[in-house]
Design a protein around this ligand. Structure first.
Ligand code: FES
Ligand SMILES: [Fe+2]
Length: 405
């Protein structure tokens, strides 16, 4: 892009990073410059762990779905041995995408171009007319790294991704309490967003916007309250809670993660008094998760890596994944999880289950797009952050360090 685009600003990315003023939002170029986006691909998207999906999407051998981010397409598949693997959807012949449907079942992964065929483990098993000297064993599909957290499938495109071990150890009791290995995906929805991915992640980091922008959310969640009101409610919540669901926070997210570890965070906060779950009127909408015996008026947050976030109510979990598609567009994929033996129509109603975060994400999409439109203006300049935006500051600190590399 010509430098005229930035009104003659010829600063390098390093200079832009060094010029960032803590306590403020970032300069326009971070949200518009394709050169910066290119560096984000290398330094962020191809390095970290991202939520690809859930094991309940691929119960049988050969079941697969595609996870797509920026230019990358990954086949997440159940092998004959029942393992979950991930292969880059790039044929080793001349590079065609192999799976073209978003999900399906396959006995072999056969490229639609010249019919090279790969088994479910990614090994090349058939390639016509390639001559005696052609070594099929050297032409398997490129693997992507996969780790399961309960039934959540995390994927990394790095050969040497950050470690999830610290998180696994620290949060083992949390995963057990909420029954992370005993959930199923009940619904999912993609919200395309005409904005840079960082505006979407930043929006998710702060609840300064919750009261003005999310009436429905603010009727259930205490986090929408002003800080002094929230602290009073949180103090009562902590004093009266029996602690059977972990209350203690683990803040190893973004700039607080140890070098070599993937960032993660866990915390539990009160809902407004009398609310049980994230729904219309705060009503319960599904059977209690895992080992939870009752509603304690709280909800937990969990995040892993820079793009995947979860809100865990006592009866269901909502996952949010922010996926960059290009420098000026991204999407928010929302996933609703319930316990794996819950029956739709009997134990939960899909409309009631998904109502709050469907309506809230629709308004988030609107807010984020409006934000981008203003940031695109010649008159945009970084603005001061409020005290309710400290998580956003943490994200910005981490982001700038990651971009620097
Ligand atoms: S590109 Fe896949 S078989 Fe030729
Ligand atoms: Fe929001």
């Amino acid at each position: 892009m010509a430098t005229d685009e930035w009104n003659g600003d010829k600063r390098s990315i390093e200079e832009l990073i060094a010029d960032y003023q803590p306590g403020y939002s970032m300069e326009q170029r971070f949200y518009k410059d394709p050169e910066i986006y290119k560096r984000e691909i290398q330094n962020i998207f191809l390095k970290h762990w991202v939520l690809a999906g859930h094991v309940s999407q691929i119960p049988n051998s050969g079941d697969y779905f595609l996870f797509e981010m920026d230019k990358e397409s990954v086949i997440v598949i159940r092998t004959r041995d029942g393992e979950v693997k991930a292969h880059l959807n790039v044929c080793r012949h001349r590079g065609s995408h192999i799976c073209l449907e978003k999900e399906g079942n396959a006995k072999l992964l056969t490229c639609p171009y010249h019919a090279w065929s790969f088994d479910l483990d990614g090994n090349l098993v058939a390639a016509r007319l390639m001559g005696e000297d052609f070594d099929k064993s050297q032409n398997g599909l490129h693997p992507a790294r996969v780790e399961l957290v309960g039934g959540l499938i995390l994927v990394s495109l790095s050969e040497n991704p950050p470690s999830l071990e610290a998180m696994r150890k620290d949060l083992a009791d949390v995963f057990e309490t909420f029954g992370f290995d005993k959930m199923k995906l009940a619904a999912s929805k993609t919200f395309p967003i005409a904005a840079n991915w960082k505006l979407a992640v930043e929006n998710y980091q702060e609840c300064y916007h919750c009261t003005p922008s999310h009436q429905e959310y603010a009727k259930v969640h205490a986090l929408a309250l002003a800080p002094e009101k929230f602290s009073g409610l949180k103090k009562d919540f902590l004093e009266t809670n029996d602690g059977s669901i972990r209350l203690g926070e683990s803040n190893c997210y973004f700039d607080l993660a140890k070098p070599g570890d993937e960032g993660y965070q866990y915390g539990r906060n009160p809902l407004l008094r009398g609310m049980k779950s994230g729904s219309l009127g705060g009503e319960a909408v599904a059977p209690l998760l895992g080992k939870i015996r009752d509603y304690d008026g709280g909800a937990s947050e969990f995040m892993v890596g820079p793009l995947s976030f979860f809100l865990i109510y006592n009866d269901h979990m909502v996952g949010y994944r922010f996926v960059p598609n290009a420098h000026d567009r991204c999407s928010c994929d929302v996933f609703w999880f319930v316990r794996d033996d819950a029956v739709e129509g009997k134990d939960y109603d899909l409309e009631k289950l998904t109502w709050l975060w469907d309506i809230t994400t629709q308004s988030d999409e609107e807010i984020i797009v409006n934000n981008q439109r203003g940031v695109d203006s010649h008159f945009y300049q970084p603005g001061r952050l409020s005290e309710m935006e400290h998580f956003e500051q943490s994200f910005l600190n981490w982001y700038l360090a990651a971009l620097k590399g």
